[in-house]
Design a protein around this ligand. Structure first.
Ligand SMILES: *Cc1c(COP(=O)(O)O)cnc(C)c1O
Length: 438
């Protein structure tokens, strides 16, 4: 490994680029890689070193990098138009993708409001849910019910729904209050949430969950039957259900959408999508509202019931073109079958080679989302970072969430690649354990 501080690319990077979720004073010393290109599921840095992308470029890459079919979709759309606004007008590529998406989402009579980032898809969902009640002339539905350990993005509204963490407590004065019940770490989370829905039914605008997996809080997992209980409570009590599938959507859990695990009756009123929506190619996100929600916004032109919200690049034509081809390829390549098969492989390899190893705590997984909790010895520091740095030095790109190592490889990953990731992870854990136990 090159020493980071003497790497001219890292120096140039650190001199002008401010990286998110990164302490820039420490950044050059943490041996960051500067990616220049990619092939398949490997990233290649400016020095020609190759790394298996075991975090899917922070959970967005699905089929791999440089997929010829996706490249062609972007190039073809470039020959037509790169972008045309959706505010008051239409764009052919957006219409075509919205039709294809509407045919597969678990939302009844879906209508798609596009944006560019996951947090904004959530932000739009909050505002749609809030205005829905206003438009219906039923005031007082002004609160949101969210889970402990929730993460919904970093804009101020999404941050309000989130349960803090990541050093965001300083923004508390800006966050609006929400009703909160325990997250998936509590075995009785669903019963508590249902009780809370009943108690606050007259003041709730919506209930917000990340179905099946709370990703950013360390891959905390739920049982589908518990999701179904919450969905049933929302339906019977007439409270809107917002499902944030920014991380779980587009095959990540082995179904196209994680909501599907909870059964055919489980139908979010509003569904938030992002990350894998374009296969990791371009920034695109979507807030999908049911027909019942959508119709509450009908009214006279320029009237009060209109949803006065929009983003410059929402429904970008290049993004929609690649998203459409991506959705087709998930079917054509039978990607979900691969996810199931290699998720099984990942599960058994983690059980054999990682669970129970010194320094390892709980291992959690749903589909190709896994979290390996490290239990560092007393007094040891920055274990997550050190284990992942060891993996990077061994050619597997991993990134921790605190002391949880996240394994989230592309959906087209092979069994051999799973083996390599698990072997490298086990070696890296052992190496850090030895450093602290000389
Ligand atoms: C990543 C994520 C977001 C935020 O998406 P961005 O595109 O990073 O703004 C929201 N919700 C969940 C569940 C996420 O995992």
């Amino acid at each position: 490994m090159p020493v980071a501080v003497t790497d001219p690319w890292v120096a140039r990077d650190a001199a002008v680029v401010w990286h998110g979720f990164t302490q820039m004073a420490a950044y050059p010393d943490n041996a960051p890689i500067v990616v220049e290109r990619a092939e398949g599921r490997e990233l290649i840095d400016v020095h020609g070193n190759r790394y298996f992308d075991a975090i899917s470029s922070l959970w967005v890459t699905t089929l791999g990098h440089g997929v010829p079919e996706l490249d062609a979709a972007v190039i073809d759309q470039l020959g037509r138009v790169a972008h045309a606004t959706l505010l008051g007008n239409g764009s052919r590529a957006t219409v075509e993708f919205a039709e294809a998406l509407a045919a597969v989402v678990p939302v009844v009579d879906p209508h798609v409001l596009f944006a560019s980032d996951g947090a904004v898809a959530v932000e739009q969902a909050l505002k749609v849910a809030f205005q829905y009640w206003v438009n219906r002339g039923e005031p007082g539905h002004t609160q949101f019910l969210a889970l402990g350990d929730a993460y919904h993005g970093d804009t101020v509204g999404a941050l309000s729904l989130g349960d803090g963490g990541f050093g965001t407590a300083l923004f508390d004065p800006l966050r609006f209050p929400v009703v909160r019940t325990p997250g998936y770490a509590a075995v009785d989370w669903a019963a508590k949430m249902v009780g809370c829905i009943e108690a606050h039914v007259d003041s709730l605008a919506a209930v917000v969950i990340e179905p099946l997996v709370q990703g950013a809080s360390g891959i905390l997992v739920a049982e589908p039957s518990d999701l179904a209980l919450v969905g049933e409570a929302c339906r019977s009590l007439g409270v809107l259900l917002i499902c944030d599938e920014v991380a779980t959507g587009f095959g990540r859990t082995g179904r196209l959408f994680a909501s599907e695990w909870a059964g055919p009756e489980f139908r979010p009123d509003i569904l938030c999508l992002g990350k894998g929506i374009t296969g990791g190619y371009l920034p695109l996100s979507a807030t999908v509202a049911s027909g019942a929600v959508f119709k509450a916004f009908d009214g006279p032109d320029l009237g009060e019931s209109t949803f006065y919200h929009g983003h410059s690049y929402g429904g970008n034509a290049l993004g929609c073109a690649v998203a459409l081809r991506h959705l087709q390829l998930i079917g054509e390549w039978d990607v979900l079958a691969n996810v199931s098969a290699v998720a099984e492989r990942l599960s058994s390899r983690l059980a054999d080679s990682v669970t129970g190893r010194p320094g390892v705590g709980a291992v959690r997984q749903r589909g190709l989302m896994a979290g390996i909790e490290l239990h560092p010895p007393e007094g040891a520091s920055r274990w997550g970072r050190r284990v992942c740095a060891g993996a990077v030095a061994r050619g597997v790109l991993l990134r921790p969430l605190g002391d949880v190592v996240v394994v989230m490889p592309p959906l087209t990953t092979t069994a051999d690649e799973i083996d390599r990731v698990v072997d490298v992870l086990a070696e890296s854990i052992d190496a850090v354990w030895s450093e602290d136990h000389p």
